[in-house]
Each structure stands twice: as structure tokens, then as C-alpha cells.
Design a protein. Sequence first.
Length: 402
Amino acid sequence: MHQTRWKRYVALGLTGFCSISLSILFFFFIFRIKGLGDWLHSLLSILQPFIYGGVIAYLLTPICGWLEGKLAPFFSKLFHGSLAQRLTKSLAIVLSLLFGITIVGGLIYVALPQVWESILSIAAEAPSNWKRFITWLQAFLEDNPELSSYVMDSFNHLSSSFGQWFRTSFLVTAQQVLTQVYSQMFNILSVTKNLLIGLVAAVYMLSSRKKFAAQAKKLIFGIFPIKAANIIIHEVLFVNQTFGGFIRGKLLDSLIIGIICFVVCNIMKMPYVTLISLIIGVTNIIPFFGPFIGAIPATILVLTVSPIKSIYFVIFVFILQQFDGNILGPKILGQTTGISGFWVLFSILVFGGLMGFVGMIIGVPAFAVIYSVTSRLINLLLEKKHLSTVTDDYETIRQIEK
């Protein structure tokens, strides 16, 4: 009897201690959240090379695995045992890294000089293109004098305001931007250094990816019960399939769209072909909003040179996006993310607001994972209560009798 009472007191004491400790931690978290944020920012800055390396290794893992599968039979015929495995792994890692560097370096080598030339051409030809556009607009509106007068007055007012803004605010802002660019040079060097270290880290991660996976499974099975561990591993595999498949597929899809845009725009003799193709390809990575975000600035660039060609360009972009959304995208990405258009819009806005451009890219697959895990959890709880897991069954239900 005395021992039972003593155990109860110990349990109450431990409960009280845990409650007080959690309250102190919560108080510390609330009132020291800024310091915690600064600490996390410093930690992320230190870990940046490994973050870059992890992203690189994650994107190249399918290529590396495919190369290992192709090279393994060849080396197994020439060598035996662990030597064949080491040679297969090493050559697969080297080739996959060379593939990634070639793709990125090739795009930079081809696109960057032409983009720079396009920017210089835009700056040099802007006054003449503007006059040409106004002349075209006057000729277009000459049949309607009242509308023409209104539009030209608006353009003259806009030109005057632009000139005043350029002479006052723009020059001051340009000086501030140049100062910021100069101060950011060290940050650029830091990013370059982190990328180089990240490449080295990516080599180690690609080499040890199977061992890391085995260690993670060992840890999970050691900490959690067998049933819970199986569920955790199943969910991690689902996250990898949904998230990784979407990101890699979207990158490949956007690359193809950019190349198609480059080829067709060259055939149509559009101005600033490389620049507008780069804009269309990069913004296409963003789901839902990407086509609109890229089409607007690209159309404006074409409009400054030829208003008629801008109309042709809009028609072409519309056809291109229909091809991407209905044929190319589903073919590359395979199954959809499993969420409706509303949740796609919701995820892009929320993650974009929290993480910027990166959030707009990863928002859809990340929310798809959250949505799927939550849905399965709700279904599991409903099954324990012996209730239906079919959503349509709840449309007309007002209450459930116990």
C-alpha cells in the first residue's frame, strides 16, 4: 500500500516537473523568439554548403542510380567483388556530376552573353522603339480623332512624368543600387564558395546515400515500434516520390518549354529571342502563375519592337501553355499531385508568402504531401469510429446518432 502511494506521488511529481519545464520552455520561446530566429539564421548560414550539396545530390540521385544500373554489368565482367562496385559507383557519380555541370554551364554559356546583348540592345533602342510605337499608335487611332487625342494626351503626360522620375528618383535609386551591388560582392563570393564546397559535399552524399538511408532506417526501427516505424518509412518514401518527382519533372518540363520557345521564336523572327525564352522557361517552373508571370514581361519586350509581332507572340504563348498543361506536363510529371485547383492556388500563395520564389516552386508538392498525410490520418480515425471514409457520404449528413 505504501509502495503504491509512493509511486503515485512520484508520478505526480514527474508530471508537475514536466508541466513546469514545458511552461518555462514555452515562455522562453515566446519572449526570445527573435533571438531564436537569429540563432536559426546563423545556423542555416553555417550549413549552407551542406544545403547546396544536399539539393545537388537529391536532384542527381536518379541519374546516378540509372548510371550505376547501366555500368554495373560492364564492370562486373572485367572485375570481381568490391572493386567492380567501387568503380561503378565512382564513375556513376563523376558522370552524373559532369552531366549536371554541363547542363547548367551550357545554359549559362549560351544564354548569358545573348541575354546581356539583349539588355544592351533594349537600352540602346528604347527611345527609337518608343517613337515607333507612338507612330504606330497614332496611325492605328487616326480614324477616331477623339480617342486618339485622349490616348496621346495620356502618353504625353506619362512621358513627362517618366522623364521627371528618371531625372530625380531614378538616378538616386541607381546610385543606391550600385552601392548595394558593391557591398553584395562579398556575398556573391560567399555563395560561390558555398557552391564549390556544396559540390564536394554532394559527392560524399551521392557516394554514401545508400548507407545514410540504411542508418536512418536503423534509427527509426530502433526508436519506434515496428508498426510505427513501417508507417514512418512508408510516409518518407511517399514524400520522396511526390516531392522529388514533381520538382525534377517540373525542371525538365520547363527546360523543354524554354527550348521550344527559343526554336519557334527564331522561326517567327521575334526580337530578343534568348531573353524571352529564358523568361518563359524559368517562370514556367512556378505552377499556375508561371505562364502569366513570364508572358507579361516577354510580351512587353516584343511590343516595344513590333506591336503586330506581340499579338502573334501572345497567341503562340497561349498555344505553348496549352500544349504544356495538357500534353507535355502530364506526360513528364505522370500522376497529378492529387489536390484541386483551389488548393494549388492556396499552396502557391501561402508558401510563396513565407518563402518567396522558392516557396512558389515547392509549395504545390509540399502541400500535396501535407494534404495526403492529413487525409490518411483522418480516414484512420474515422475507421476506428466505424464511420465512412467517403467524402461524398457527408454532403447531406447533419448529425450522426451514437
